[in-house]
Design a protein around this ligand. Sequence first.
Ligand code: ADE
Length: 245
Amino acid sequence: MGRDMMRIDVITVFPNIIENPLNESILRQARKRIDLDIRIMDLRDFSPDKHRTVDDTPYGGGPGMILKPEPIFAALESIFEQDGDRTAARVVLPTPQGKMFTQEIAEDLSHSNHLVFICGHYKAIDQRVIDAWVTDEISIGDFVLSGGEIPSLLMIDAIVRLIPGVLGDIDSAKTDSFQNYLLDCPYYTRPEVFRGFKVPEILLSGHHEKIEEWRQNQKIERTRSRRPDLYKKFLQHKNQIENEK
Ligand code: ADE
């Protein structure tokens, strides 16, 4: 449906962190519904020594361990040995040093046919891996996690749900928060009155145009009051569209 296939490789020292979340909910559906091939690679399988070592102390001293280049190079080389085109792939390193992950980046990555995530752990990964292989260094926020597994999962979730055919109702992705730089509006379901709290009258009116207008106003007002940074982008985007008309 709409695209050929997507392959995602995840290189990690902790495959167990990644395994289960990929087999639940939307990601599980995605793996059934579209041609999505997700492979988890245990970095230790690519260690050249019998102790399966993947890290070492930093040159120049200091605390923490650094992921060695040899196992990561070997893992990446094995990926592209089977699946030729390295130039078409995006190799993502989740790191607090990266550019901030956004819906736009998720969308951009969702158009790629091959994504590789390298999960860092310990203090850092050897810079030569980044220089030789990584196309995208991406942060999921200004805080530090203990490894790249959770950021990789987070990004895979955001990316995969954008692939046509993954969500049952395609419209549900189109009206999500951050479409057109707006937060989403409130939603209600039955009952009409719950513990004295009523559903807004307009939603019961059956008047679709008025409901759409109410929803749009709620999105704008929420964005203006909660996220002035996003609201600025929304206004710029709106002006740009109006100027193009
Ligand atoms: N690894 C550790 N912290 C991270 C963060 N904030 N974003 C992406 N990867 C990370």
